[in-house]
Design a protein around this ligand. Structure first.
Ligand code: SF4
Length: 261
Protein backbone atom coordinates (compact mmCIF):
# COMPACT_ATOMS: atom_id res chain seq x y z
CA UNK A 1 0.00 0.00 0.00
CA UNK A 2 1.32 3.44 -0.88
CA UNK A 3 2.00 6.15 1.69
CA UNK A 4 -1.18 7.99 2.75
CA UNK A 5 -1.41 11.49 1.28
CA UNK A 6 -1.05 13.32 4.60
CA UNK A 7 2.05 11.36 5.48
CA UNK A 8 3.48 11.88 2.00
CA UNK A 9 2.97 15.65 2.18
CA UNK A 10 4.62 15.72 5.60
CA UNK A 11 7.53 13.71 4.22
CA UNK A 12 8.00 16.02 1.21
CA UNK A 13 7.73 19.13 3.39
CA UNK A 14 10.28 17.70 5.77
CA UNK A 15 12.81 17.11 3.00
CA UNK A 16 12.34 20.60 1.55
CA UNK A 17 12.39 22.40 4.90
CA UNK A 18 15.44 20.49 6.05
CA UNK A 19 17.26 21.40 2.83
CA UNK A 20 16.41 25.06 3.34
CA UNK A 21 17.44 25.04 6.99
CA UNK A 22 20.72 23.35 6.16
CA UNK A 23 21.62 25.38 3.09
CA UNK A 24 25.19 26.66 3.38
CA UNK A 25 24.10 30.27 3.63
CA UNK A 26 21.55 29.48 6.35
CA UNK A 27 24.33 27.97 8.43
CA UNK A 28 26.88 30.67 7.72
CA UNK A 29 27.94 32.33 10.96
CA UNK A 30 30.74 34.53 9.60
CA UNK A 31 29.75 37.92 8.25
CA UNK A 32 29.70 38.11 4.46
CA UNK A 33 29.74 40.88 1.85
CA UNK A 34 25.94 40.81 1.58
CA UNK A 35 25.61 41.83 5.23
CA UNK A 36 28.38 44.37 5.59
CA UNK A 37 26.27 47.23 4.27
CA UNK A 38 23.38 46.58 6.68
CA UNK A 39 22.50 50.01 8.03
CA UNK A 40 21.81 48.84 11.60
CA UNK A 41 25.05 48.76 13.60
CA UNK A 42 23.37 46.77 16.35
CA UNK A 43 22.44 43.99 13.92
CA UNK A 44 26.03 43.93 12.71
CA UNK A 45 27.14 43.74 16.34
CA UNK A 46 24.94 40.72 17.02
CA UNK A 47 26.26 39.04 13.90
CA UNK A 48 29.89 39.74 14.71
CA UNK A 49 29.40 38.52 18.27
CA UNK A 50 27.87 35.29 17.01
CA UNK A 51 24.99 36.04 19.36
CA UNK A 52 22.24 33.36 19.51
CA UNK A 53 19.28 34.26 17.31
CA UNK A 54 16.12 35.31 19.11
CA UNK A 55 13.51 35.84 16.38
CA UNK A 56 11.31 32.79 16.72
CA UNK A 57 8.74 34.21 14.29
CA UNK A 58 10.94 33.80 11.22
CA UNK A 59 9.41 31.27 8.91
CA UNK A 60 10.87 28.79 6.45
CA UNK A 61 13.09 30.82 4.12
CA UNK A 62 11.20 29.87 0.97
CA UNK A 63 11.70 33.12 -0.95
CA UNK A 64 15.47 33.10 -0.43
CA UNK A 65 15.42 29.46 -1.56
CA UNK A 66 13.74 30.54 -4.80
CA UNK A 67 16.35 33.27 -5.17
CA UNK A 68 19.18 30.81 -4.68
CA UNK A 69 17.67 28.51 -7.31
CA UNK A 70 17.57 31.38 -9.83
CA UNK A 71 21.19 32.21 -8.99
CA UNK A 72 22.16 28.60 -9.65
CA UNK A 73 20.35 28.63 -12.99
CA UNK A 74 21.98 31.88 -14.07
CA UNK A 75 25.36 30.46 -13.15
CA UNK A 76 24.72 27.59 -15.55
CA UNK A 77 23.35 29.86 -18.27
CA UNK A 78 26.39 32.14 -18.28
CA UNK A 79 28.90 29.34 -17.82
CA UNK A 80 27.55 27.73 -20.97
CA UNK A 81 27.39 31.10 -22.74
CA UNK A 82 31.16 31.41 -22.30
CA UNK A 83 31.72 28.32 -24.45
CA UNK A 84 29.95 29.92 -27.41
CA UNK A 85 32.27 32.93 -27.51
CA UNK A 86 35.39 33.28 -29.65
CA UNK A 87 37.47 34.37 -26.63
CA UNK A 88 36.85 30.99 -25.06
CA UNK A 89 37.74 29.12 -28.22
CA UNK A 90 40.92 31.17 -28.64
CA UNK A 91 42.38 31.29 -25.14
CA UNK A 92 39.89 29.76 -22.69
CA UNK A 93 39.33 33.09 -20.96
CA UNK A 94 35.69 33.50 -19.95
CA UNK A 95 33.84 36.67 -20.76
CA UNK A 96 31.43 36.00 -17.91
CA UNK A 97 33.16 35.32 -14.61
CA UNK A 98 30.39 33.66 -12.63
CA UNK A 99 30.28 32.93 -8.91
CA UNK A 100 34.00 33.48 -8.41
CA UNK A 101 35.31 34.10 -4.94
CA UNK A 102 36.78 37.51 -4.13
CA UNK A 103 38.17 38.92 -0.90
CA UNK A 104 36.39 42.17 -0.10
CA UNK A 105 38.50 43.25 2.87
CA UNK A 106 39.68 42.27 6.33
CA UNK A 107 37.68 42.34 9.55
CA UNK A 108 39.62 41.74 12.75
CA UNK A 109 42.52 40.66 10.58
CA UNK A 110 40.53 37.94 8.83
CA UNK A 111 39.79 37.97 5.12
CA UNK A 112 36.13 38.41 4.29
CA UNK A 113 35.29 36.77 1.02
CA UNK A 114 32.22 35.96 -0.97
CA UNK A 115 31.09 34.58 -4.30
CA UNK A 116 30.41 37.41 -6.69
CA UNK A 117 27.52 36.70 -9.04
CA UNK A 118 29.28 38.05 -12.10
CA UNK A 119 32.14 40.13 -13.43
CA UNK A 120 31.91 41.02 -17.10
CA UNK A 121 34.05 43.47 -19.03
CA UNK A 122 34.73 45.98 -16.23
CA UNK A 123 31.32 45.66 -14.56
CA UNK A 124 30.47 43.75 -11.39
CA UNK A 125 26.89 42.43 -11.40
CA UNK A 126 24.86 41.19 -8.46
CA UNK A 127 21.52 39.44 -9.08
CA UNK A 128 18.62 40.19 -6.76
CA UNK A 129 15.45 38.18 -7.17
CA UNK A 130 12.64 40.29 -5.77
CA UNK A 131 8.89 40.46 -5.37
CA UNK A 132 6.71 43.08 -7.05
CA UNK A 133 6.53 45.72 -4.28
CA UNK A 134 10.29 45.61 -3.75
CA UNK A 135 10.92 45.83 -7.46
CA UNK A 136 8.81 48.97 -7.69
CA UNK A 137 10.65 50.44 -4.71
CA UNK A 138 14.09 49.78 -6.21
CA UNK A 139 13.05 51.28 -9.52
CA UNK A 140 11.84 54.40 -7.76
CA UNK A 141 14.52 54.78 -5.09
CA UNK A 142 17.56 52.80 -6.22
CA UNK A 143 19.08 49.78 -4.51
CA UNK A 144 19.50 51.19 -1.00
CA UNK A 145 22.64 51.24 1.09
CA UNK A 146 23.03 47.54 1.72
CA UNK A 147 22.97 46.36 -1.89
CA UNK A 148 24.89 49.37 -3.12
CA UNK A 149 27.71 48.75 -0.64
CA UNK A 150 27.73 45.03 -1.40
CA UNK A 151 28.21 45.79 -5.09
CA UNK A 152 31.12 48.15 -4.37
CA UNK A 153 32.71 45.63 -2.00
CA UNK A 154 32.74 43.09 -4.80
CA UNK A 155 34.12 45.77 -7.08
CA UNK A 156 37.00 46.25 -4.66
CA UNK A 157 37.56 42.51 -4.52
CA UNK A 158 37.83 42.23 -8.30
CA UNK A 159 40.14 45.24 -8.42
CA UNK A 160 42.43 43.51 -5.89
CA UNK A 161 42.55 40.54 -8.23
CA UNK A 162 43.88 42.84 -10.93
CA UNK A 163 40.69 43.20 -12.96
CA UNK A 164 39.68 46.65 -14.18
CA UNK A 165 36.46 47.73 -12.49
CA UNK A 166 34.55 50.66 -13.93
CA UNK A 167 30.98 50.05 -12.85
CA UNK A 168 29.05 48.08 -10.29
CA UNK A 169 25.50 46.91 -10.90
CA UNK A 170 22.53 45.25 -9.28
CA UNK A 171 20.24 43.44 -11.67
CA UNK A 172 16.80 43.20 -10.02
CA UNK A 173 14.91 40.26 -11.52
CA UNK A 174 11.21 39.67 -10.88
CA UNK A 175 10.38 36.70 -8.73
CA UNK A 176 6.67 36.75 -9.48
CA UNK A 177 6.27 39.08 -12.45
CA UNK A 178 7.11 39.06 -16.13
CA UNK A 179 10.65 39.33 -17.50
CA UNK A 180 9.91 42.78 -18.90
CA UNK A 181 9.62 44.09 -15.35
CA UNK A 182 13.35 43.58 -14.64
CA UNK A 183 15.49 46.54 -13.61
CA UNK A 184 19.23 47.04 -14.07
CA UNK A 185 20.83 49.60 -11.74
CA UNK A 186 24.47 50.65 -12.00
CA UNK A 187 26.90 53.36 -11.05
CA UNK A 188 30.67 53.97 -11.31
CA UNK A 189 32.81 51.92 -8.93
CA UNK A 190 33.67 53.86 -5.77
CA UNK A 191 36.70 52.43 -3.97
CA UNK A 192 36.31 54.84 -1.04
CA UNK A 193 32.81 53.53 -0.33
CA UNK A 194 34.08 49.95 -0.21
CA UNK A 195 36.93 50.84 2.15
CA UNK A 196 34.66 52.89 4.39
CA UNK A 197 32.20 49.98 4.62
CA UNK A 198 34.91 47.54 5.67
CA UNK A 199 36.37 50.04 8.12
CA UNK A 200 33.00 50.53 9.83
CA UNK A 201 32.40 46.79 10.20
CA UNK A 202 35.95 46.31 11.45
CA UNK A 203 35.36 49.00 14.10
CA UNK A 204 32.18 47.27 15.32
CA UNK A 205 34.00 43.92 15.36
CA UNK A 206 36.75 45.36 17.53
CA UNK A 207 34.21 46.93 19.89
CA UNK A 208 32.20 43.74 20.39
CA UNK A 209 35.44 41.79 20.63
CA UNK A 210 36.55 43.98 23.52
CA UNK A 211 33.25 44.40 25.37
CA UNK A 212 31.11 41.42 24.36
CA UNK A 213 27.38 41.94 24.96
CA UNK A 214 28.18 45.13 26.89
CA UNK A 215 28.91 46.70 23.52
CA UNK A 216 25.35 46.19 22.26
CA UNK A 217 23.76 49.26 23.92
CA UNK A 218 26.54 51.40 22.41
CA UNK A 219 25.60 50.55 18.85
CA UNK A 220 23.25 52.63 16.73
CA UNK A 221 20.08 51.08 15.40
CA UNK A 222 18.38 51.61 12.07
CA UNK A 223 15.26 50.12 10.52
CA UNK A 224 17.00 47.29 8.67
CA UNK A 225 14.04 45.00 7.89
CA UNK A 226 13.52 44.39 11.60
CA UNK A 227 10.78 41.81 11.09
CA UNK A 228 13.21 39.42 9.49
CA UNK A 229 16.15 40.37 11.71
CA UNK A 230 17.41 37.23 13.48
CA UNK A 231 17.78 39.20 16.72
CA UNK A 232 14.34 40.76 16.89
CA UNK A 233 12.63 40.10 20.22
CA UNK A 234 9.53 42.30 20.44
CA UNK A 235 9.17 43.99 23.82
CA UNK A 236 12.68 43.12 24.93
CA UNK A 237 14.24 45.50 27.43
CA UNK A 238 17.55 43.65 27.51
CA UNK A 239 19.59 43.69 24.33
CA UNK A 240 21.41 40.54 25.44
CA UNK A 241 18.05 38.77 25.06
CA UNK A 242 17.21 40.43 21.77
CA UNK A 243 16.31 43.74 20.21
CA UNK A 244 12.82 45.24 20.44
CA UNK A 245 13.19 46.58 16.90
CA UNK A 246 13.44 50.03 15.44
CA UNK A 247 10.34 52.24 15.66
CA UNK A 248 10.55 53.11 11.95
CA UNK A 249 10.97 49.53 10.74
CA UNK A 250 8.96 48.54 7.69
CA UNK A 251 7.94 45.14 6.39
CA UNK A 252 10.74 43.33 4.61
CA UNK A 253 10.98 41.51 1.38
CA UNK A 254 12.22 38.40 3.12
CA UNK A 255 13.78 37.09 -0.05
CA UNK A 256 16.53 39.60 0.36
CA UNK A 257 17.57 39.22 3.91
CA UNK A 258 19.27 35.96 4.47
CA UNK A 259 20.21 33.58 1.74
CA UNK A 260 21.15 35.63 -1.25
CA UNK A 261 24.76 36.52 -1.55
S1 SF4 B 1 15.57 44.29 15.16
FE1 SF4 B 1 15.93 46.07 13.83
S2 SF4 B 1 16.86 47.63 15.15
FE2 SF4 B 1 17.06 45.64 16.18
S3 SF4 B 1 19.07 44.82 15.62
FE3 SF4 B 1 17.58 43.99 14.19
S4 SF4 B 1 17.60 45.42 12.47
FE4 SF4 B 1 18.53 46.49 14.20
Amino acid sequence: MSTPVDALVAELDGVIESAIANAPRSLQTRIGPSEMGIPCDLRLGYKLLGHPETNAARSVAWKPFVGTAVHDSLKLVFSFANYALPTWAEDGIPRYHVEEKVVVGQVNGDDIDGSCDMYVDGTVVDWKIVGGPSLRKYKAEGPGDQYRKQAHLYGWGWAQRGFPVENVAVYFLPRDQEWRQRYFWSEPFDEALALETVSKVDGIAKLVGALGVRALPLLRTAPAWCRSCPWLAPGSTDLARGCPGHPDATAPDSSLTSLIA
